[in-house]
Design a protein around this ligand. Structure first.
Ligand SMILES: [Zn+2]
Length: 356
């Protein structure tokens, strides 16, 4: 098996992504154009300077970059545009299904947007992404745990999303922002309200803090998936628990290196978590901010961690298995992906998948 064949397979295989941030996926050129259109200061004068600004020193700098992008988003049509463009960029990687995190409290409260108008803009872009590029999208509304009145940010987000119809595409509540000093116990009531409304719940945990945050996100918030969750590796009992329950981790390898929560890709716990039987998925988090793509993340599996085509196809399928899609629809998608992968393997000169 040649490296080229494996890369061709990775580039063209059907993909699903379940941890990627709407506001962290805006094309750099679009950030500059929206800043000019909306008369707000651009984070940098040109694309090259913007890319330099997006070079990370640590997690706090990442948050600054993320907020700088949010500042340029002022009107519903801006959201329609960025969603449409994310759909176009996804189609180029053969991503067929995405669950996108977005941050209503930050966008609405700080920029004077109306939540429902913003969501209508997002859904206009979502329709275009589906119709023009064949990319299906769903929304995960993130509450911000560390914003001034943190409790209110999450509570407000819950108020908004528990009062929507399924056509609005919001399927879950998430919990974002800095983990340090804002443990899951603060948000028990809000997460219960969302679950009672029949929505899913997920939480970033174990990215910048340890296993305890993951445990409490599961025990107290009943999180169905964990964003990042890589610090689980520090607690063998937690690794065993995750493997036994099948609670998926939404792992974002390049992001973890950029924000310096791991030293390097060879040091990343992904292969160890996978080997221990944890349901790991691969995601790009904030692709332009981390100079990555979902395809690039899968190349890490091949080039850094020595995964073969079988392993890569298995992990890619995990992304769909962990998605919040009704079971019958999910089974049909998994079957279609498997057929497509089999044909693609033959086309690029890879052996057929070993069953079992
Ligand atoms: Zn994230």
């Amino acid at each position: 098996m040649t490296r080229d064949a494996l890369h061709a397979f990775i580039d063209r295989m059907p993909k699903a992504e379940i941890h990627v941030h709407l506001e962290g996926s805006v094309r750099p050129r679009t950030v500059l154009e929206l800043a000019a259109k909306n008369g707000v200061p651009a984070p940098a004068p040109d694309e090259a300077a913007l890319q330099k600004f997006f070079t990370f020193s640590d997690f706090d700098h990442f948050i600054d970059c993320y907020i700088a992008v949010c500042t340029t988003l002022r009107q519903p049509e801006d959201f329609a545009r960025i969603v449409r463009e994310i759909g176009e960029d996804a189609a180029a990687q053969n991503i067929r299904y995405m669950e996108l995190h977005f941050n209503p409290a930050t966008n609405v409260r700080k920029r004077g947007l109306d939540f429902h108008e913003m969501l209508a803009g997002m859904n206009e872009g979502r329709r275009e992404a589906r119709d023009r590029f064949g990319v299906e999208m769903r929304w995960i509304a993130d509450g911000v745990r560390d914003e001034g009145a943190a409790h209110r940010s999450v509570a407000r987000t819950v108020d908004w999303i528990t009062d929507l119809s399924p056509e609005d595409g919001v399927i879950a509540l998430g919990l974002g922002g800095s983990e340090v000093g804002f443990p899951p116990d603060l948000f028990v009531e809000e997460f219960a309200r969302v679950r009672d409304a029949g929505l899913h719940v997920v939480a970033h945990a174990g990215e910048t803090t340890g296993p305890e945050t993951i445990w409490n996100s599961i025990r107290l918030l009943h999180a169905e998936r964990i964003g990042h969750g890589i610090r689980a590796i520090d607690d063998p009992a937690l690794v065993a628990y995750l493997a036994e329950t099948g609670i998926p981790l939404e792992v974002c390898p390049v992001s973890n290196v950029c924000t310096r929560v791991v030293d390097s890709l060879p040091d990343h716990p992904f292969p160890a978590l996978d080997a221990a039987g944890v349901m790991v998925t691969v995601n790009s988090d904030d692709p332009p901010l981390f100079n990555t793509t979902l395809t690039n993340e899968f190349r890490v599996l091949a080039d850094v961690w020595d995964y073969d085509a079988d392993g890569i196809e298995r992990i890619a399928a995990n992304g769909l298995r962990a998605a919040f899609i009704p079971p019958a629809e999910k089974d049909a998608m998994l079957a279609a992906f498997a057929v497509e992968c089999a044909a693609l393997r033959q086309e690029v000169g890879l052996p057929a998948r070993e069953i079992g």
